[in-house]
Design a protein around this ligand. Structure first.
Ligand code: SIN
Ligand code: CO
Length: 392
């Protein structure tokens, strides 16, 4: 299996069918689908259908079952929390179990998502895994984000329309969005290790040919509305500006809102938007590293100060980053803004790069790169919150 991280932009990657990441970005990313046969040699799923079913029942795990037929309505969805008994009630065929954010619950799955680190960490949303017996499918649909579909076990037949859909209509009154009309111009059967990249809005329909596990590596595509709302919320929360509207408005009719008033409002809005880079950086770093959903990260021990933490560190060899916690940094030369779960720290760039780099960090390297009190406090905060932990 090929599971080590690959980085340079001009080296052909087996994962991309021999394309370099540069070629992939220029020709395919956000543009057109790409099927890669044997993207990972001898691929074996890291989880069995039974283990996936077990995971889907756990607290804090978001899962769904979609039953195409044989329920009280077509395409019926059962949402988590699911009861174990649900599986004994499933029909023989034509249903799908979907479990989201698997890599945040089982750290081993970051080996899969880390294969895609040629795309920035902050754009990776999650690894979703589906299990389906023969005939299982979620219907013909489109997604609003880029996705890599990695066949992990059994076979799935994919049909896709290679041009983005711009005027979709859905079958009415269903729990899920199934396209009313689906035209496809490609059909492929994927075997374990095959990978299908789909840009946003490409109609696709995948049907399990036999017991089948498919891993979907999905990417974040925040809507502009979401970005603007979050940015303005951030400004409001950090803005001590208590100025009030105080212009004098002259108008002929008492009910008129004049062009001068609109002009005045425009200048208030623009002067308050504060779109200088420092504001955008602070907001975005916090926004993008916020946990996707509240997942408890339980610390092994809680320390009162960094001396205690360093004493503890000297007794272990490796420390792991919690897979549900997002780490990112913005570089300003030798100093960086380091963001960990929506909290900002100012640290040496080398320290930020180390902490955001590997998922498993050697203690000796960590200690050698921890130079000042802020960096020590980052480690203290992270260990006390369970964001860094020793896997043993
Ligand atoms: C599936 O795994 O069945 C569905 C994945 C998708 O279409 O996005
Ligand atoms: Co899809």
């Amino acid at each position: 299996m090929l599971l080590s991280r690959q980085k340079t932009s001009n080296q052909p990657l087996q994962l991309l069918g021999g394309l370099t990441t540069e070629q992939f970005f220029n020709e395919y990313w956000q543009k057109k689908p790409l099927l890669i046969r044997n993207a990972i040699d001898d691929f074996e799923s890291l989880i069995s259908p039974d283990e996936l079913a077990g995971l889907s029942l756990e607290d804090q795990v978001q899962s769904r079952i979609i039953i195409e037929k044989d329920a009280d309505k077509p395409w019926k969805v059962l949402y988590s929390p699911l009861e174990e008994s649900v599986f004994s009630e499933m029909p023989e065929k034509d249903w799908t179990l979907l479990v989201s954010d698997v890599e945040k619950h089982i750290p081993e799955f970051t080996k899969i998502t880390d294969q895609f680190r040629f795309i920035p960490d902050w754009r990776i949303d999650d690894l979703m895994i589906s299990y389906a017996p023969e005939g299982g499918s979620v219907g013909a649909h489109i997604d609003q984000y880029d996705v890599f579909l990695l066949q992990a076990h059994g076979q799935r037949r994919w049909q896709i329309g290679s041009k983005p859909v711009d005027n979709e209509a859905y079958i009415e009154d269903l729990d899920i969005r199934v396209l009313k009309e689906f035209f496809h111009d490609h059909e492929w059967t994927l075997n374990p290790g095959d990978l299908l990249y789909l840009p946003p809005r490409i109609a696709h329909h995948g049907v399990a040919l036999n017991d089948c596990l498919t891993y979907s590596i999905g990417f974040r595509a925040n809507s502009h509305n979401e970005l603007v709302t979050s940015f303005t919320d951030h400004l409001l929360n950090n803005n001590k500006n208590e100025k009030r509207y105080n212009a004098i408005d002259f108008q002929q009719h008492p009910a008129e809102i004049t062009a001068d008033t609109i002009q005045q409002l425009k200048s208030i809005l623009l002067s308050n938007l504060q779109t200088d880079s420092a504001h955008i950086e602070e907001w975005f770093g916090e926004f993008i590293t916020e946990q996707k959903f509240e997942l408890d990260t339980v610390p092994e021990q809680v320390f009162t100060d960094s001396n205690e933490v360093f004493e503890y560190l000297s007794s272990i060899e490796l420390i792991n980053r919690h897979p549900a916690i997002r780490f990112a940094f913005i570089k300003h030369g030798e100093i960086s803004d380091l963001f960990i779960n929506a909290k900002k720290y100012k640290t040496q760039t080398e320290f930020a790069e180390l902490l955001c780099g590997k998922r498993e960090i050697s203690i000796s390297t960590l200690i050698a790169n921890t130079k000042d009190e802020t960096e020590k406090s980052v480690i203290l905060d992270c260990i006390n919150s369970g964001y860094l932990y020793n896997e043993h």
